[in-house]
Design a protein around this ligand. Structure first.
Ligand code: CLF
Ligand code: SF4
Length: 298
């Protein structure tokens, strides 16, 4: 344990592969794709991937019901002894179709009480569910925050769907921003560890992520994970269609270096799929598709 770290925090991160760089060599995570729908539109989204809303070429993840998810988690736990974390990270937003997320966590923790629960969200619906996250012992929440200036937000988010209404333009980004900050503050106040994922979009929010880092640090974020936009027109991202490019590895590293000294950076993210299984960087998801999972698992 690092000397300057609180024991309670250490207990929460020591076997979480994303929150502890050390742990990612030894502990595995799995995602269950129970969150099909999303309440916002990001220009970089292709609705296929996630932890945290990055878009990434590949195959569409299988959408699961909470009971299918429960069976899948048990099947994986039986095969992957390093499994320590269950994450809900897409393909849509984990806080939007809340009933499914909640039912999944409840069903899984009934059978596997010591598994750590983790979610990734765009934050719009997050403040409505913080109390239930506490009740369910969710210790890790990722919020994807790409701006703290709604003017910049207008270049990233064409619309949001909030309280039964669609908002566009500056108003949409202002609401999203306020909800993200509120959600982060509420989680910090309750001692839930937060990781902020930011997608680096060259020419749109790259320099601005310094400001984002400051804001989230002030509000208690535990980690900041700056990820490259992966845009590929063949996979249908809106940015892909406008020719927006992702950053080069050097540009990403230069930005990460500038961010040193602010909120602590995560540098070992592997931009997982919404149905990833295994150690970070290893994806055994294809071994655990539904057709390979027995109806009854114990
Ligand atoms: Fe999954 Fe995300 Fe939880 Fe980790 S992934 S929900 S925090 S258990 Fe991890 Fe994957 Fe990077 Fe996400 S390496 S994309 S940061
Ligand atoms: Fe796509 Fe995620 Fe954005 Fe929703 S929050 S539109 S799923 S990238």
């Amino acid at each position: 344990k690092p000397e300057d770290m609180d024991t309670a925090i250490w207990e929460k991160i020591k076997d979480h592969p994303c929150y502890s760089e050390e742990a990612h060599h030894y502990f595995a995570r799995m995602h269950v794709a129970v969150a099909p729908a999303c309440n916002i539109q990001c220009n970089y989204c292709n609705r296929k991937y996630d932890c945290a809303n990055e878009s990434r070429p590949g195959v569409v993840s299988e959408k699961l019901t909470p009971d299918q998810a429960r069976r899948k988690v048990i099947a994986v736990a039986n095969e992957v002894p390093q499994l320590s974390v269950l994450g809900i990270a897409g393909p849509g937003d984990a806080c939007y179709d809340w009933r499914k997320t909640k039912a999944t966590f409840e069903e899984v923790s009934r059978d596997i009480p010591d598994i750590k629960l983790c979610i990734s969200t765009n934050g719009l619906a997050l403040p409505d569910h913080v109390d239930e996250l506490v009740e369910m012992n969710v210790d890790h929440v990722t919020i994807t925050i790409n701006m703290v200036d709604p003017e910049i937000g207008t270049k990233i988010y064409p619309w949001i769907f909030y309280r039964n209404r669609r908002y566009t333009g500056l108003e949409a980004s202002r609401i999203l921003h306020e909800r993200q900050m509120l959600g982060l503050e509420m989680l910090t106040a309750r001692g839930i560890l937060t990781k902020i994922n930011s997608v680096m979009i060259p020419g749109v929010n790259d320099e601005h992520l310094l400001e984002v880092n400051k804001w989230v640090k002030e509000r208690g974020a535990f980690l900041h994970n700056v990820m490259p936009l992966i845009s590929d027109p063949a996979h249908g991202t809106h940015f892909g269609l406008t020719g927006q490019r992702g950053p080069k590895a050097m540009e990403l590293k230069a930005l990460q270096d500038k961010l040193e000294g602010g909120a602590k950076l995560m540098r070992h993210c592997r931009q997982c799929r919404a149905d990833a299984v295994g150690l970070l960087g290893e994806d055994r998801g294809q071994e655990f598709t539904l057709d390979q999972i027995p109806d009854e698992v114990a």
